[in-house]
Design a protein around this ligand. Structure first.
Ligand code: SAH
Length: 371
């Protein structure tokens, strides 16, 4: 089956003609798919029944099924478990911030990067997600969070209905930081971003899209040439290659120097600052020496004209992994050292850990549970 949500306006115009329908049907169809964002053909009330039936027999409209929705008690986070057409499952996370609501999108089923602290990579890579499977995480979560769903048969807690932070009922920003390495699935991820930012459709500003990568220089350089003001986040997690290689196998293929050079090119071409993510792992990367070394790295980048920003993430412990979270006092000491040296630093607010929805906790484990 073909995937209807991957069709932009010109593609739908061709599709409609090829199906022997009047050209104006393309505009109607586009509106149902990308503006009203319905998830069934029955809802497309102004299209002839015969046309809808033909579409339904050839095109999947919504490739995702919500298997489960879990909500944090304070209403700040919701985790969705989706089933894909081939029975695989993925997770996505909705988050409420002061400045608006955000969705953390998965880009692959599993991951082959092998970071030693992350749950998503434990069974390796199963497959890439298609553009419509990524887009549908956004469309379906918006439907679930902001519309009264006609088939609300989920395990949502009573009284936990949420309203959008800005009262309008939509998602403000997207972070491609769920399961998977986005640059290991580059074309599909960019296909998704183009659909999401299409000004005739969902029209999300590219400025509100963040891609997080473990550091594949080719992907960073390609993104620099897309002409889109996307935000880039780099998973750094270490001040030198020796420590980085211990926790991130990808560092064996790409030394930090190469990754930083790509980031510098990205910054020069796009003018957009790159955020460095640094998960704090007890006894691995949280010492005073590590902080000092990181300061030196940042200063060197700054000399080359690149502003730096470090986002510290207290490690979320994953049951099956041996790493532990740094002590609060060590995280604070690390932060102070950076601040003293005028390196921009923030600590990521922890969200969703009670429902295993925090960074590095998304996985396919429920799948094994179901079988
Ligand atoms: N593949 C992308 C997206 C991964 S998840 C990447 O590597 O950037 C987003 C962030 O969470 C990454 O910085 C990742 O390294 C981090 N992360 C993974 N597991 C974590 C854990 N257990 N605790 C804290 N952060 C973690």
């Amino acid at each position: 089956m073909k995937r209807l949500r991957e069709y932009n306006k010109p593609m739908l115009e061709d599709l409609v003609i090829n199906m022997g329908e009047k050209p104006f049907r393309a505009k109607q169809l586009y509106e149902w798919v990308h503006v009203k964002r319905v998830s069934t053909y029955e809802q497309m009330s102004n299209l002839p029944a015969g046309f809808r039936e033909k579409l339904a027999s050839e095109y999947v409209l919504d490739p995702l099924t919500v298997l489960k929705k879990q909500q944090a008690a304070d209403g700040s986070t919701a985790k969705f478990l989706f089933e894909l057409p081939d029975g695989e499952t993925i997770e996505s996370v909705w988050m409420r911030y002061k400045h608006g609501d955000s969705v953390c999108v998965s880009s692959q089923v599993g991951c082959r990067m092998g970071c030693s602290f992350c749950a998503s990579t434990m069974d390796g890579l199963v497959r890439n997600l298609t553009p419509d499977e990524m887009l549908s995480q956004v469309y379906d979560i918006e439907r679930e969070q902001y519309q009264k769903s006609p088939n609300a048969d989920r395990d949502e807690q009573p009284g936990s209905e949420v309203k959008a932070a800005d009262g309008k009922g939509h998602i403000n920003s997207i972070i491609i930081m769920g399961m998977g390495e986005p640059f290991d699935n580059y074309d599909n991820v960019m296909g998704f971003v183009r659909l999401l930012t299409d000004e005739n459709g969902r029209n999300l500003s590219a400025r509100h899209v963040t891609i997080s990568t473990c550091g594949l220089p080719d992907g960073i350089l390609r993104l620099a040439d897309e002409g889109l003001p996307i935000t880039l986040a780099l998973s750094l997690h270490a001040p030198n290659d020796e420590i980085r290689r211990r926790i991130m196998p990808v560092a064996k293929a790409y030394p930090m120097e190469d990754v930083f050079n790509a980031c510098l090119v990205f910054f020069k071409k796009t003018g957009r600052r790159v955020t460095f993510e640094y998960s704090m792992i007890k006894g691995v990367n949280d010492s005073e020496e590590c902080a000092g070394e990181l300061v030196d790295r940042c200063k060197k980048l700054q000399k080359n004209g690149m502003p730096t920003h470090i986002n510290l993430i207290p490690l979320n412990e994953v049951k099956e992994r041996e790493h532990a979270r740094s002590a609060d006092k060590d995280i604070q000491r690390f932060q102070k050292i950076l601040e003293k040296n005028r390196i921009n630093v923030t600590i990521r607010r922890e969200m969703g850990s009670e429902i295993d929805a925090a960074c590095g906790q998304l996985s396919r484990k429920h799948k094994n549970m179901r079988r």
